[in-house]
Ligand binder design. Structure first.
Ligand SMILES: C[S@@+](CC[C@H](N)C(=O)[O-])C[C@H]1O[C@@H](n2cnc3c(N)ncnc32)[C@H](O)[C@@H]1O
Length: 346
């Protein structure tokens, strides 16, 4: 999924650090999961705990990390004759979705031309609304277990970026339609690794969660600049919650109190990181950060060494290759991703 700070490109680099330092480890915690890409990858080898403050991220995790496998949808098959709901939605004729009452069309009335915005076309908004309403109804009628419910919500969320008329984030929509918008919205059939372990997903502040759980490897990938995540992904948050929120302004941001992260302010970031390091009951700690981030490497090193074994501190630099403009290419030598490791005695 397109997401600021998505670490899909870095998975093997993270695994290198893990393999060098944590051979005996059995559990892996991805405390700022975002797209869940890192948690999904490491589920193959470890009992995984994942977490994020965003609810849509929680759904992506809950559907693929906490779920023990791809759900079987037994009740839906037995009572409604639908054995594959993903296929059911993706092949259902959009004309027949027109029976959905206007008051239930959250996406069409909020993010599509019918509601005065252009994040998705009216037809795709109706497909999303139809699927989300059915999923809620099936869950209320106990035709879906919680595992099945979150799997389907995750499948909807993963499908939305493929048809979104945006230039990268949902901070604003394009004024003309991107060709991507005309593709049909499709729920994504998500693979789920079965590792036979008690994997867990959470939706809470990372520092608070670290007071509850413990394990072997802690992977910390916080925001590294002042950009808050919720305003940039509010459409996906609403798709996940499907809570008919009050929206404001041209861009249709959710009017509810934004989840501000302490990692997005120079004033609070070092204290926030200190809290994580202090409470972490994990032997191996890996921080992903950027050389351009709000915390300096000196601040990071000081904080990590305050709670960890000084001699185990290690910084790995990875050239930042995903450039978008010529201006960025000039910065190639300066801008680097860092994977910073320390061992903690617990
Ligand atoms: C750099 S992104 C993580 C990207 C992720 N590793 C991936 O590959 O998609 C940072 C994430 O931290 C989350 N976040 C920010 N502050 C948080 C907090 N206090 N507790 C939990 N999650 C937080 C954001 O919502 C965002 O998803």
């Amino acid at each position: 999924m397109r997401f600021i700070g998505n670490k899909t490109q870095l998975l093997n680099n993270i695994k290198d650090v893990v393999d060098r330092h944590a051979k005996e480890a059995a559990s892996f915690c991805d405390i700022f999961s975002g797209t869940a890409a890192v948690a999904r990858f490491f589920k193959e080898w470890y009992e995984v705990y994942s977490n994020d403050i965003l609810y849509f991220s929680y759904c992506l995790q809950r559907g693929t990390i906490e779920n023990p496998g791809r759900p079987s949808f037994d009740h839906l098959r037995e009572l409604r004759g639908i054995s594959d709901p993903i296929r059911y939605f993706n092949t259902f004729p959009v004309e027949e979705m027109e029976c959905l009452e206007n008051s239930r069309r959250l996406f069409q009335n909020s993010y599509a031309p019918a509601g005065g915005r252009m994040y998705v076309t009216d037809a795709n908004a109706l497909r999303i609304d139809y699927a989300r309403n059915k999923i809620e109804n099936w869950h209320d009628e106990r035709l879906l277990t919680d595992d099945e419910y979150y799997y389907l919500v995750a499948s909807v969320i993963e499908g939305i970026p493929y048809v979104s008329n945006i230039a990268g984030t949902y901070g604003a929509y394009n004024k003309t339609w991107d060709p991507r918008s005309y593709k049909q919205f499709l729920l994504q059939d998500l693979p789920v690794v079965s590792n036979g372990r008690s994997n867990r997903s959470y939706n809470m502040d990372g520092a608070q969660l670290l007071q509850k759980i413990s394990g072997d490897i802690l992977y910390i990938d916080p925001p590294y600049n002042a950009r808050q995540y919720l305003p940039n992904y509010h459409v996906l948050e609403t798709a996940a919650k499907y809570d008919f929120p009050k929206l404001k302004g041209v861009t249709g941001q959710r009017a509810d109190a934004p989840q501000r992260s302490e990692f997005c302010s120079k004033k609070t970031v070092v204290h926030a990181f200190d809290e994580l390091m202090k409470h972490a009951r994990f032997r191996h700690i890996i921080l992903s950060y950027n050389t351009d981030g709000l915390m300096t490497l000196d601040e990071i090193e000081m904080t990590m060494k305050k709670y960890g074994r000084e001699e185990s501190f290690e910084v790995n630099y990875i050239p930042y290759r995903r450039f978008k403009s010529r201006r960025d290419i000039v910065q190639e030598d300066e801008l680097k991703e860092m994977l910073i490791y320390i061992q903690k005695d617990i």
